[in-house]
Design a protein around this ligand. Sequence first.
Ligand code: ADP
Ligand code: MG
Length: 263
Amino acid sequence: LRPARSPRDRRPPAPPRAADGDVLLDAGNVTKSYAGADRELPVLEGIDLQVRAGEVVALLGRSGSGKSTLLRCLAGLIPVSSGTVSYRGTPLTGANPGTAMVFQTFALLPWLTVQQNVELGLEARGVGALERAEAAVGAIDLIGLDGFESAYPKELSGGMRQRVGFARALVVEPDVLMMDEPFSALDVLTAENLRGELMELWESGRFPTRAIMLVTHNIEEAVLMADRIVVLGSRPGTIRETFEVGLERPRQRNSAAFEELID
Ligand code: ADP
Ligand code: MG
């Protein structure tokens, strides 16, 4: 996807591609509290989590368990209260340069076309107009929206809007693709299609992303998509349990086990 770079391109030079198993994200003893009216509201406590190249990690938990908070901390969109988050060994000081996010409610700008929405992330990184256009058209094509470059979000179905959300994330070629309940605003069939297509693209290596983090409260979705499931307990977001859902185990693993754990 990535075109040649102009001198104004402020993206850091891409580090060598991570080998399978290399640690991309590393959270060490992470705590996060939000300021409440009269006291701090603790949300995450003592979170240790690593995400390695080659894996799809699902972050599963009930509403309010801190999934979005943890994902935002890992993406460097909000600061942790204590502990550290590193990307490929370097502690974050702001937005994580190796991640891009797909949001539940798409977060598209309604006054911009599909292509302009997709170009936003590249614009922020100082990529020139021609290169932006070329990369955006490539990402739009990849995600199945060829021909809709000039459409506005309101002209698109929910599933197509979320495709724009995916294109906007993929166009920056993140090492780790972060998704916060990306399918939960979509109807069941649309979600199933998009999920299937994304996993097919990922498995065929048609975008250079090296790991995927999926936040979901949908147990079936986690079991279907993830290599590893991290369960967040509901009271102060301590990771309660992690499961490896691998080829050696049935993907249709009994979800009752998870039901109990996320209670
Ligand atoms: P989840 O994504 O698992 O539903 P969140 O991370 O969104 O959980 O929220 C965890 C807890 O933190 C909830 O109690 C929520 O109300 C609170 N919270 C989330 N964001 C903020 C914020 N910006 N300010 C204050 N409290 C917040
Ligand atoms: Mg959330």
